[in-house]
Design a protein around this ligand. Structure first.
Ligand code: NAG
Ligand code: NAG
Ligand code: NAG
Ligand code: NAG
Ligand code: NAG
Ligand code: NAG
Length: 333
């Protein structure tokens, strides 16, 4: 096994020219040096190899600038996100994933990467707030800060990112409301995904969100309240609506369902009214759970489902005030 690197070394020093830019190389070396443990982090980041060949480093094929840094997973790496990351000025993709001993806050230097299109810091022990300076990343399309220990509220300014198509802030300790500004995403943004589940968010859902054509919504397991019917509506592109385990209280009778809906979970709220017959227009619905609410009336019949789903049974409907009809037993009141 030890032969391989040596063979590669001989091959590489004799036949391939260095394409890595010295500034990028210096930035990566500084990045590596800022971790004190393990003693030699990123062992493949060796000066005898072209830095474009270093593990987790991607270079542009034409310009040879470092455009991607993808470190995942790295169980042993201890430390904070190095400020030197900002010297990788051509970075479009930064992914720090499954690094359990990555601690500290998101450094301000992350906001100085103007070309960043995708930022993932997930499954780490990064803490502190979601910084407002992330709104400086005007090219950002995808933001994933899930499974960390982030706290504080969601910065309203994130809604100014013109190309943001999805944000996943799930599984943190975020508090406060969903910002009202999220109902005014720039018109250039394509249908975005909103994933905020497993936090401690509270307050009423802003009415402005009715304007947004979300591709998917998962705000489950928070303490949000008010009227979540804003996420519904005919003609929207929404495929998933999971608002389960919150404090929502609104009349379900008035909700209209888009044909593209494929997962619907409203369980464990205080939602009242009836299940509208129009729900049977959601012909792609594969998962349905309205249990543990205050619904009444008859469960619709005549479902026009395209795919037969095994994932609903009477537990999809149980623990409501008075729902009746298949697959439940008749109401006994
Ligand atoms: C790395 O971090 C973990 C968790 O914070 C800690 O238990 C361990 O002692 C650290 N190791 C070193 C060598 O710093
Ligand atoms: C955070 O650290 C704790 C212990 O130091 C560890 O058990 C946990 O898995 C870490 N979290 C993540 C998401 O890696
Ligand atoms: C959830 O929010 C309600 C107000 O809507 C509040 O009374 C309650 O204490 C909150 N629960 C938790 C666990 O924060
Ligand atoms: C939502 O987006 C889809 C796909 O982009 C589009 O077809 C639909 O007309 C939009 N609906 C609304 C209500 O904006
Ligand atoms: C619906 O949700 C309830 C409450 O979480 C759960 O007990 C039940 O198993 C779920 N049923 C289905 C079909 O998902
Ligand atoms: C659900 O259906 C099972 C059989 O499929 C039955 O044993 C159970 O009592 C039913 N529960 C309710 C709440 O209707």
């Amino acid at each position: 096994m030890m032969i391989l690197p040596i063979v590669f070394l001989v091959f590489s020093t004799h036949s391939s020219a260095e394409v890595c830019h010295p500034k990028d190389r210096a930035a990566l070396v500084a990045f590596k040096r800022s971790f004190s443990y393990p003693p030699n982090p990123f062992p493949t980041w060796d000066p005898i190899f072209d830095c474009c060949d270093w593990y987790g480093v991607q270079c542009d094929e034409t310009t040879h600038y470092v455009t991607g840094l993808d470190i995942a997973p790295y169980e042993d790496l201890n430390g904070t996100i190095p400020p030197s990351v900002k010297d990788l000025q051509h970075l479009t993709v930064l992914r720090l994933h499954k690094i359990p001993n990555l601690v500290g806050q998101i450094p301000p230097e992350i906001g100085d990467l103007p070309n960043l299109r995708s930022l993932t810091i997930s499954w780490t022990n990064i803490s502190g707030p979601i910084p407002g300076f992330l709104a400086k990343l005007k090219s950002l399309v995808f933001l994933d800060l899930s499974f960390n220990r982030l706290s504080g509220s969601i910065p309203p300014v994130l809604a100014t990112l013109p190309y943001l198509r999805g944000f996943d802030l799930s599984r943190n300790q975020l508090t406060g409301p969903i910002p009202e500004s999220f109902g005014h995403l720039p018109a250039t943004a394509e249908v975005p995904a909103l994933v905020l589940s497993h936090n401690k968010l509270s307050g009423e859902v802003p009415a402005s969100l009715v304007n947004v054509n979300f591709s998917s919504v998962d705000i489950s397991r928070n303490n949000l309240s008010g009227d979540a019917s804003v996420f519904f509506g005919q003609g929207k592109a929404t495929s998933t609506i999971d608002i389960s385990r919150n404090n929502f209280e609104f009349d379900f009778s008035k909700v209209r369902f888009t044909e593209s809906l494929d997962v619907l979970d409203i369980s464990h709220n205080k939602i009242y009214g009836t299940i509208p017959q129009q729900i049977t227009d959601a012909v792609y619905l594969q998962f349905l759970n309205v249990s543990y609410n205050r619904l009444c009336g008859k469960i619709p019949t005549g479902w026009k489902l395209r795919y037969r789903s095994e994932s609903w049974d009477n537990t999809s409907f149980f623990h409501n005030r008075c729902l009746s009809g298949a697959p439940l037993e008749p109401c006994k009141s």
